[in-house]
Design a protein around this ligand. Structure first.
Ligand SMILES: [Zn+2]
Length: 291
């Protein structure tokens, strides 16, 4: 990536590469699952539940840990209480090894600061208290407390204020600290925009061997443009999407081992856009932004 920084004229020494995501890692094990009807954060706040997300899982569904931490089935107080939590049913608390930093802006009803613990509610059972790695089965969904059977999750900050856990997702899965979470500047993606006069106009995120086009023109989805702006603010040393010429664009692709067509080839299909799964973190972010 250093070569790319040089191409863009960014100073590797002074570049604030720590703009990359830092803190603990957390992924969304239920990325492909829709929330329950009325299960998003706003719905919870609307009915004065305190906040959370619900998934329509039946009793007996194995729930895995979104992050590594220590599971507690009893003890604690207030929002950190584990055990019988009244209308919340049986609640387990997973205290994370490393606080996770926010990825998406807070919405109404959320506390501030890093996410230090996760609360799982309405459970039928769970594993013994102890330390578990991300991706490990920790609890089992149920219909305790206010039913019907479903799985409720929310995050907590150190003050016990609830957090929208989907706003803290910054990894693809257990043991996969993707390029998106690297802070060393080597694997860190950058976001560049090729002017509309180029053969492949659009906004791209690029990293070693990977490229993704976020939009082809300003007429494209505003969500995608917002995604690209978010990425740039997070990853680019300048904090902004970098406008590049076609020549610079090709140089970047070469530096990152991204194959591309010969100069002058206009077909966008000639550019080896990565499958969605190769940039799944942004899919998670987009999913979290959705209602
Ligand atoms: Zn709920």
């Amino acid at each position: 990536m250093a070569a790319v920084f040089a191409i863009l004229g960014w100073d590797m020494i002074s570049a604030p590469v720590s703009r990359a995501v830092t803190g603990g890692l957390m992924y969304n094990p239920w990325k492909g699952s829709a929330l329950s009807e009325g299960g998003n954060w706003g719905d919870h706040i609307g009915r004065s539940s305190g906040g959370g997300n619900d998934y329509p899982f039946g009793s007996g569904t194995h729930i895995v840990a979104p992050a590594t931490g220590t599971l507690r089935k009893t003890g604690g107080s207030g929002e950190f209480l584990a055990g019988d939590a009244g209308g919340a049913g049986t609640r387990y608390i997973l205290e994370l090894d490393n606080p996770v930093n926010r990825v998406l802006d807070a919405v109404a009803g959320e506390g501030g600061g890093p996410l230090v613990a996760l609360a799982f509610q309405h459970l039928s059972s769970g594993q013994p208290s102890g330390h578990y790695n991300a991706g490990s089965h920790v609890v089992t969904s149920g219909d305790t407390g206010d039913g019907p059977a479903h799985f409720h999750i929310h995050g907590l900050n150190s003050s016990g204020q609830r957090l929208r856990f989907l706003a803290f997702i910054n990894a693809d899965g257990p043991g996969v600290p993707s390029a998106a979470t690297s802070g060393n500047g080597e694997d860190m993606p950058i976001v560049i925009r090729l002017g509309s006069t180029g053969s492949w106009p659009g906004t791209y995120s690029v990293s070693q061997g990977f490229i993704r086009r976020w939009n082809m023109s300003t007429a494209d989805s505003q969500n995608r443009i917002a995604d690209a702006q978010f990425l740039a603010a997070t990853w680019n040393p300048s904090g902004e999407i970098e406008d590049v010429t076609m020549a610079k664009f090709r140089a970047i692709l070469d530096a990152l081992d991204i194959p591309h067509a010969d100069p002058g080839t206009p077909a966008t299909s000639a550019l080896p856009l990565s499958p969605e799964t190769q940039w799944s973190r942004m899919e998670q972010i987009r999913a979290a932004v959705a209602p």
